[in-house]
Design a protein. Structure first.
Length: 466
């Protein structure tokens, strides 16, 4: 059935967005626009191609799909009563994704060449659409921030799972061994009690126990050094006709050969086996307990770092923020990625660094994006430097990597939304755009210098007032 101009004007008069505009302005739209229909799956606009004009949706549904490396995902959806496409005074040239009809779609399309004339002829429609453009900008910004947070959380979760797995596995192994070692310690205690040692001999037993439990005064032994130590203790036990099954446990302790020689002089014969077995078993129990405590502290420290990084238990309000703590937490949660590439991360924080006034979670997201990018840019075995110092009335945070640098021809675009130099699936093109927005929201400034072998991003934030 032929749709007349009068029919379209009546439909626009019922339109959720444009219905309040004067009839003569609606008539102008109908006169200069064209009615278009799209089937399910058809594309209205495409990423990388200019937006052809303004689209007034009369019926159906339209969705914008953005591919951030893991396949297209829906960013926003419009239905009957909405307006999308090129809006008055908008700087939109190319959309960030593909707009695809989700249901049979009917739109009134106004070509972009008519927008300037519409602004002059249709004051009320222009006013309505300018407000709609502001709402759309807020929606896109909010959606981008939420998506970037989810992407950052995904990276964080992967690294955190790896970080937590090591101490958790060590705790599991130690607990399994602890059961056996406790039983061995109990049996050794009974054997030692049955030996009926004198006061002098008991004093010697206490001495060798203290020797076994002595804290390490040298760096951790390598696997080869540990094997050599075990062989030496095995030989010492064998030469004296003592039980060589204690060699491995004794090698794990800090017992000295002087202490071993002293005990066999005071406690001769088979009784020495009971003493060494008891000392080795007791030390093994304490060593396993110490390892469990150390690993538990490591897990607790990681959880606290993540909690500090995300500020998940705090409301999003501006406050006096300790940048040093946020930078340290960020480096901690990204340590796993640094180790995967053997990248050395150095952090240098000025003593007594003043606080800034801002949103802690947002600032940590900035550090997360910039340090993550630096780790990506740094070569295998490279270096990333993180520093913060007070310069006048500002705190300046510098994040430097020794990667290949940013090519001069793209430096002007690094803060553009969705721009990325990373391969498909390894970048969203959102990190630096989001970082720039968040820095601005915290009254700061972000700059960078780059050359082969050295790229530096600087974030300057005002010192909090009294």
């Amino acid at each position: 059935m032929q749709v007349t101009a009068t029919d379209l004007i009546e439909r626009l008069a019922q339109h959720k967005t444009l219905g309040s505009a004067p009839r003569e302005e609606l008539a102008w739209l109908v006169e200069h626009g064209s009615l278009r229909t799209l089937g399910v799956g058809e594309m209205l606009s495409q990423k990388g191609h200019p937006v052809e004009g303004l689209y007034v949706i009369l019926s159906g549904r339209l969705a914008l799909f953005v591919d951030r490396g893991a396949g297209p995902s829906k960013l926003v959806e419009w239905g009957a009563g909405d307006v999308t496409g090129m809006l008055p005074y908008s700087r939109l040239v190319s959309p960030p994704g593909d707009s695809i009809a989700q249901e049979p779609l009917e739109i009134l399309a106004l070509h972009r060449d008519h927008l300037r004339e519409m602004i002059q002829e249709c004051f009320e429609i222009t006013s309505i659409l300018v407000h709609r453009m502001i709402d759309r900008a807020r929606l896109f910004t909010s959606s981008e921030l939420d998506n970037e947070k989810l992407i950052s959380l995904g990276k964080l979760s992967a690294g955190l799972a790896h970080e937590l797995n090591n101490p958790a596995s060590a705790i599991e192994r130690s607990v399994c061994l602890l059961t056996d070692r406790l039983e061995e310690s109990e049996n050794a205690t009974r054997a030692l009690e049955a030996a009926g040692l004198s006061e002098t001999q008991l004093a010697a037993v206490d001495a060798i126990r203290e020797s076994c439990l002595a804290k390490k005064t040298v760096k951790t032994r390598s696997a080869l050094e540990q094997a050599d130590r075990e062989d030496a203790i095995y030989g010492w036990l064998a030469d004296r006709g003592l039980d060589t099954s204690n060699a491995q446990i004794l090698a794990d302790t800090e017992v000295t050969f002087e202490a071993l020689n002293s005990i066999v002089e005071i406690v001769p014969g088979p009784t020495a086996n009971a003493v060494l077995r008891w000392a080795a078993a007791g030390c093994a129990v304490r060593s396993l307990a110490s390892e469990i405590q150390s690993c538990s502290s490591r897990i607790s420290g990681l959880v606290m770092a993540v909690k500090g990084f995300t500020h998940m238990d705090q409301a999003m309000v501006a406050e006096r923020v300790d940048l040093g703590l946020g930078l340290s937490d960020t480096v901690t949660v990204l340590n796993s990625k640094a180790r995967e590439k053997s990248v050395a991360v150095a952090i240098d924080l000025q003593a007594g660094l003043p606080r800034v006034f801002g949103f802690a979670a947002e600032l940590n997201q900035i550090w997360g994006n910039l340090i993550d990018n630096a780790l990506d840019a740094a070569p295998e075995g490279g270096r990333v430097e993180v520093s913060a110092c007070c310069e006048g009335q500002h705190i300046v945070v510098r994040i430097i990597d020794n990667g290949p640098g940013i090519p001069s021809e793209i430096r002007s675009r690094v803060f553009d939304p969705f721009f990325t130099t990373k391969p498909m699936g390894q970048g969203t093109g959102l990190g630096l755009d989001i970082a720039r927005r968040l820095v601005g929201h915290n009254d700061g400034l972000i700059e960078f210098d780059s050359q082969p072998g050295r790229t530096e991003f600087r974030v300057s934030l005002p010192v909090a007032g009294d």
